[in-house]
Structure formats: structure tokens, C-alpha cells
Design a protein around this ligand. Structure first.
Ligand SMILES: Cc1cc2nc3c(=O)[nH]c(=O)nc-3n(C[C@H](O)[C@H](O)[C@H](O)COP(=O)(O)OP(=O)(O)OC[C@H]3O[C@@H](n4cnc5c(N)ncnc54)[C@H](O)[C@@H]3O)c2cc1C
Length: 427
């Protein structure tokens, strides 16, 4: 049954209340616009993606989240460390060697159920209308232009909502890109991940307590080790499917437990701990949408592009795109023009950021490559690598990529994220 009373019009409809949707909602509501967020789940809900990198600071500050973060119990993170299979650890990349220790250089390891809830509450506090357990099922169109959405509530009732712009923040669902045939896989990055949680395992001390560790297994596979509050650790292994499932092993627990034995550091860290909860698996890796916008529609966060999470860039990119897209929409609403061409700068900014991070990711996976070898030949590369790892992804890294190319080939930029601007109708 349809609920026609649900048709008050909004200035913007946001599909999905994750970091991209909640940040876009906060900015638009703060500008005084009428914003509706439609979220399929009931929060708090589980989500992977717990390690925040330093450049989440600016978007979090923009939406007024820093006081909440500073007052939270989330574990503080100052660095990322790479550990060889034999347990040998390289010098950590401490972010405060490049940035202010009290602001950007100190990040957090968050439980996403709590963090995402706080982000959505923050958007609500600024005036956004948030409706949970509302699954968007269809984009409403007038000709080629998206004019709103149809959504289904928990009881199965159908609702229609209208606005001059709809922001797709549906994460890996990539609602619009999937339905429009815009979704493309990254030809180079194709992995699977298996992860779970431990309690009571060993962790670092002092400033290293909250560090993210990337611990290698054979064939360029790696574990993440992310200490959370409440004595909990998020641990996962990422590699090519054919490596992780070798000898016919398919069960996630068996895959995970076998890999623990492939890295002495991980084995030691987990030795005092107890595995808790389920084992999660995803093969949803590195993909992007050919277009960032079309008439009445714009994409943000993972719904626009998702990159292999080895350097924990996802939430930063989601927040950044949420804030940038909201600012572009605000300008469009003020100017009375929300045509897709307006989002060209936004799409280019996200594409540049993703491409820089992607080069770092791609080099990381090349056989025989290590950041150490680049730094030994070019000591000034250490700063640039730390900057990229920190999420300063829109900086000019051409010098660094030239240095990397002395050791490994780097992929060409992928053609994605251009707005789809319809041809003017023939007269
Ligand atoms: C294995 C793995 C490890 C990761 N580790 C990290 C990490 O350490 N650090 C990091 O920063 N990132 C990490 N990421 C990436 C991170 O999870 C994402 O980049 C981030 O959550 C993207 O935010 P988003 O708002 O775009 O999407 P999401 O957070 O996925 O939010 C999308 C929301 O849309 C809702 N939704 C979907 N479809 C509909 C619909 N039809 N109607 C209504 N609502 C809908 C969903 O319920 C969801 O709440 C990791 C990802 C993976 C796969």
C-alpha cells in the first residue's frame, strides 16, 4: 500500500545513513536545507571499517563531530606498522612526524555500530529527518531526471519521497551504479577478506596501543590488527581467493586459523586471546562507478568508489565525499541549478584522491616491492608516503609516483566519476 501523506518535498534525499550519508546530511541540514535520510537498517547496526586515518579529522571537524570523538571511549591511534612474516617489525609510520599531534595526527579505532550511530544522531541534531528501516527500492524519474525515490518500510508499506536531488550513499550496494550499469571492477585489485574479533589478546603499550598493524602472509596477503575499546581486537586476513582457499579449504574459520600460523607476530598477539562472534567474509573489492552524477542524482562514499581497504581509506573518503557533495548541492540549491555538470569538480576531486591512494595500494601488492626500498634510495619519500597513508590524498604526489616507478609499474588512472550530462535534445 502506498502512503501518499509521505510526500512532503525535501531539498535533498539521501539513501543510506553510513558515514557518507550522515556527513552529507549534517552539512545540508546545517545550511538550512530540508534533508531526508532513508536508511535500510535499524541503528546501531554492525559494519566493518573500524580504523580511521588522520585526514578524517577535517570532515569530522566540519560536521562538528570532534568534541564527541574526543569525549568518546574510542581507542586513540597514532600510527600504522608493517610486520614481516617472521615477526620483524619496521619502524611505524607515526602521523605526528608530519601533522599536529593534538589534531590531525591523532585518529581513532572505532566500533562502527557506535560511530555510525553518533554520526546519524549528529545529523539529526542539525535538523536532518532520518527514517530507519526504510529500504529504497526504486528511483522515481521524470523523463531522464531522478525526482525522488520509492521506499519500503519494515511492514512492507511503500512510500514515495520527492526532492530535486537524490544522493546515493548506499555503500557497497551501489544502488544507482548497479541499476544503471555504471559499476566497474578494478582490473588490478581483486581480493577476498575473512575477519573476526578477539578478546584478551596482546596489544602494544602507550602510544602504540592503538596502532593499526598490517602483518604479511605469503603471496602479498596481509592481516589487519585493529585494537578497539573493551579489550576487543578486529583481525582479518586479505589475499587472493586462490591463495586463501588453497588445498580446497573453504570454511572461513579454517581459512582464518590456517593463516594465523603464517605470521609469527599475529600468532603471538592472538595467543592469549579468545575468538568471539562470527567469521565474516567479503569478496566485494575495489570497484567504482563510471559516473558520479546524472540529472537529479549524485553518488557519494563507497557507492561512488570503493578501494581495497589495506590503508583504511574508506571512511575518510566517504566523509570527504559526503561533505564535498553537500557543499556542491548547497551551492546548486542557492543558484537554482542542480544539473550534473555542477558535480564535475566534486567527481574530479574524489577521483584524484582515490587514484592516489590506489597507486599506493597497487605498489604495495607488487611482488618484491616495499616502501622501505623506496625510502632507502629516496629518503624524502618517507614524508610523502606518510602523507598518503594519512589520507592527504589530494596533494600532488607526482614526485613519489616517479620514485615508485623506478621499482614497479603503476596503473593508469581509471576513467570514472565523470558526471553524465545528457546531450541537448535535437531541435
Ligand atoms: C574488509 C573491509 C575492511 C575495511 N576496513 C576499513 C578500515 O579499517 N577503515 C576504513 O576507513 N574503511 C574500511 N573499510 C571501508 C569502509 O567500510 C567503507 O568505506 C565505509 O563504510 C563507506 O561508508 P559509506 O557511508 O559509503 O557506506 P556504508 O558505511 O556501507 O553505509 C551505507 C548505508 O546504506 C544503507 N543502504 C544500503 N542500501 C540501501 C537502500 N536500498 N535503502 C536504504 N539504505 C540502504 C546501508 O544499510 C548502510 O547503512 C573496510 C571495508 C572492508 C570490506
Amino acid at each position: 500500500m502506498k502512503h501518499p501523506s509521505d510526500s512532503p518535498s525535501y531539498d535533498a534525499i539521501i539513501i543510506g545513513g553510513g558515514p557518507a550519508g550522515a556527513s552529507a546530511a549534517a552539512v545540508l541540514a546545517e545550511h538550512g536545507h530540508r534533508v531526508l535520510v532513508l536508511e535500510r537498517e535499524r541503528f546501531p547496526r554492525y559494519h566493518i571499517g573500524e580504523s580511521l586515518i588522520p585526514f578524517t579529522f577535517q570532515p569530522l571537524e566540519r560536521i562538528g563531530m570532534i568534541p564527541r570523538m574526543k569525549g568518546s571511549h574510542f581507542v586513540k591511534k597514532f600510527s600504522v606498522r608493517f610486520v614481516q612474516r617472521d615477526g620483524a617489525s619496521a619502524q611505524p609510520f607515526y602521523f605526528f612526524t608530519r601533522y599536529d599531534r593534538d589534531t590531525i595526527a591523532q585518529s581513532w579505532q572505532v566500533l562502527r555500530s557506535e560511530f555510525d550511530q553518533q554520526m546519524l544522531d549528529n545529523a539529526r541534531a542539525k535538523g536532518a529527518v532520518v527514517r530507519e528501516q526504510m529500504t529504497v527500492t526504486r528511483l522515481l524519474r521524470d523523463g531522464e531526471t531522478v525526482v525522488g525515490v520509492e521506499a519500503r518500510d519494515a511492514a512492507g508499506g511503500l512510500h514515495e519521497f520527492r526532492a530535486p536531488i537524490t544522493i546515493d550513499c548506499t555503500g557497497k550496494e551501489a544502488f544507482a551504479a548497479n541499476r544503471s550499469g555504471w559499476r566497474e571492477k578494478d582490473p588490478y585489485l581483486n581480493k577476498i577478506a575473512v575477519w573476526t574479533y578477539y578478546e584478551g589478546s596482546k596489544r602494544g603499550e602507550g602510544i602504540d596501543e592503538g596502532e593499526t598493524t598490517v602483518a604479511f602472509v605469503p603471496e602479498k596477503g596481509w592481516f589487519w590488527h585493529i585494537p578497539l575499546h573493551g579489550d576487543r581486537v578486529s583481525v582479518g586476513v586479505v589475499a587472493e581467493a586462490k591463495y586463501l582457499t588453497r588445498d580446497g579449504v573453504k570454511d572461513p574459520r579454517a581459512i582464518f586459523e590456517r593463516e594465523i600460523g603464517q605470521n609469527l607476530w599475529i600468532k603471538d598477539r592472538l595467543s592469549t586471546g579468545r575468538q568471539t562472534g562470527e567469521f565474516w567474509v567479503t569478496s566485494e573489492y575495489s570497484r567504482h562507478s563510471r559516473h558520479c552524477a546524472a540529472p537529479g542524482l549524485v553518488l557519494a562514499g563507497d557507492a561512488l568508489a570503493f578501494l581495497d581497504p589495506v590503508f583504511s581509506s574508506g571512511v575518510m573518503l566517504a566523509l570527504k565525499s559526503g561533505v564535498l557533495v553537500a557543499e556542491a548541492i548547497h551551492e546548486g540549491l542557492v543558484a537554482g541549478d542542480l544539473g550534473p555538470a555542477r558535480f564535475a569538480g566534486y567527481g574530479a576531486a574524489i577521483r584524484t584522491g582515490v587514484e592516489n591512494m590506489r597507486k599506493l595500494v597497487y605498489a604495495f601488492y607488487q611482488p618484491g616491492f616495499s616502501f622501505k626500498q623506496v625510502i632507502e634510495r629516496h629518503p624524502e619519500a618517507a614524508g610523502d608516503i606518510t602523507d598518503c597513508l594519512s589520507g592527504d590524498v589530494n596533494k600532488d604526489f607526482s614526485r613519489l609516483w616517479a620514485q615508485f616507478r623506478e621499482f614497479v609499474p603503476l596503473p593508469d588512472d581509471l576513467p570514472f566519476g565523470e558526471p553524465l550530462v545528457p546531450e541537448p535534445a535535437a531541435r
